[in-house]
Design a protein around this ligand. Structure first.
Ligand code: 9MR
Length: 441
């Protein structure tokens, strides 16, 4: 395992943690970097022992897949119903897990009585719903999706038309204020889909709203990225950029409903890229997958989850676990830099018996590529092996003479320019750090 060292002056400071064995569950692996790993849970599956066994073992955050939605919690106006939601919340809390609340206000899954309302009556009914439900669960919810999916798809970058939107553009901030008053301890999130690609109009529209809310003191703490991916909506190569730009507004970011249709190593690599994007953003506080087994998914035919229908771990599970474990020694602390909130981070390979050490340091990042630098200590006659993971390719180097035993392995030697060399990785959506090892030549 990598040992963490403090980053350069003026950058985020990372705390060294003792090297330990790799964690064997998603939750334990995520906790090593201060993050959570959650799943959506359906109340009617809590009697399935395979399902509950995986839930209890692997996850430390739970979202009710449907049971906290408006139609479930207020089926008749003013009459609240928490039976199935409570089953999920109590099961989670009894197991020491936290809960994300989903969702207080949404154009969809409204109870019949609300669908036909408009104007002031609807605005007041919505605010009462937010107040009642958030008050009932006060103190038990880590983060609420206060408003879900309020932006339009397509090129407008504006709000989605809905009965709630027609009550006035300020309905979202009114919902956030009501939620804050009802449960001041919960983080309050805006949650949406198709907001993963930084260049999409919808992403920009949500960004501008969050920026506006922060500038005017509207109480928003986090943005949820649903992250439902398939071949028509693939993981964007600029995912890290999106998460980082939102985090730079002063909110946490969370991946809230992750699923990726596909199978085998292709699916595993896409999962790896998403998890790595979160891990590389200090304020990305956790990841939730939208179900446990493929057969539990709302898109079961796309086999988009981490366990197969029998509850076996898929290749995607292993890749997620490995990425989480690779980050295990990176414990984010309060940034000390005002210029780059994430700061460059470094990792050092263990000292070889042969006596040299290679330290990898993150460099600049772009949508399609990133730079890395390696500094060698212990010898001036080094041979450093840099291995990148598919589909990454090293497309440029400096201060080294390189040879290429295979497409993803570079062997670097001194070229007379000292003991620090660098390279550019075209990442193809995979933000994994290269692994580096050093030998005396
Ligand atoms: O997975 C949920 C499915 O069981 C429900 O039928 C559906 C009803 O709206 O909601 C699904 O969950 C959605 C989530 O609440 C919001 N983002 C999109 C999710 C997938 O449709």
């Amino acid at each position: 395992m990598s040992t963490l060292v403090a980053a350069a002056a003026g950058a985020a400071v990372l705390v060294a943690s003792p090297a330990s064995g790799a964690a064997s569950t998603l939750a334990a692996a995520a906790q090593q970097s201060g993050r959570y790993f959650g799943t959506a849970v359906a109340a009617n599956k809590l009697s399935d022992s395979t399902y509950v066994g995986i839930l209890n073992r692997e996850f430390d955050m739970v979202t009710a897949e449907n049971e906290m939605k408006m139609d479930a919690t207020e089926p008749s106006q003013g009459q609240f119903s928490y039976g199935n939601a409570d089953r999920i919340v109590n099961q989670a809390r009894n197991q020491g897990k936290r809960v994300r609340g989903h969702a207080l206000a949404w154009h969809s899954q409204q109870p019949g009585w609300m669908q036909n309302m408009s104007g002031t009556a609807l605005r007041n009914a919505m605010l009462n719903h937010v107040t009642q439900v958030a008050s009932y669960y006060r103190g038990k919810i880590y983060a609420w999706d206060v408003v879900n999916e309020a932006f339009a798809d397509g090129s407008s970058g504006g709000r989605r038309d809905s009965n709630l939107q027609r009550t006035g553009n300020d309905w979202i901030e009114a919902a956030f204020r009501a939620a804050r008053a009802a449960d001041p301890g919960a983080k309050l999130c805006y949650n949406d889909y198709n907001t993963d690609n930084w260049s999409h109009a919808k992403t920009q529209g949500v960004y501008r709203m969050v920026q506006d809310f922060k500038s005017r003191g509207v109480p928003i703490d986090c943005v949820g990225f649903q992250a439902h991916f398939n071949s028509g909506n693939p993981v964007p190569s600029n995912y890290h950029t999106t998460l980082q730009n939102f985090a730079n507004l002063g909110v946490d970011v969370q991946i809230t409903e992750l699923d990726i249709e596909g199978s085998g190593s292709t699916q595993a690599q896409q999962y790896q890229g998403v998890v790595q994007a979160c891990l590389s953003v200090t304020r990305c506080t956790g990841i939730t997958v939208w179900g446990i087994r493929d057969t539990d998914s709302w898109r079961a035919s796309g086999t988009p989850l981490l366990f197969d229908g029998s509850g076996n771990k898929k290749a995607a599970y292993t890749s997620v676990l490995n990425v989480l474990n690779n980050a295990s020694s990176t414990v984010p602390t309060t940034p000390t830099s005002t210029t780059d909130p994430t700061g460059p981070t470094t990792t050092t390979t263990p000292q070889n018996p042969g006596g040299c050490t290679a330290t990898y340091r993150e460099g600049q990042k772009w949508n399609d590529r990133f730079n890395g630098e390696v500094t060698v200590s212990g010898t001036n006659n080094w041979v450093v092996t840099v291995t990148v993971s598919s589909p990454q390719r090293i497309i440029a180097t400096w201060n080294t003479t390189a040879t290429w035993p295979s497409a993803n392995v570079m062997v670097a030697r001194p070229n007379g320019n000292g003991n620090t060399f660098g390279f550019t990785v075209q990442h193809g959506g995979n933000w994994n750090w290269p692994s580096v090892s050093c030998q005396v030549g």
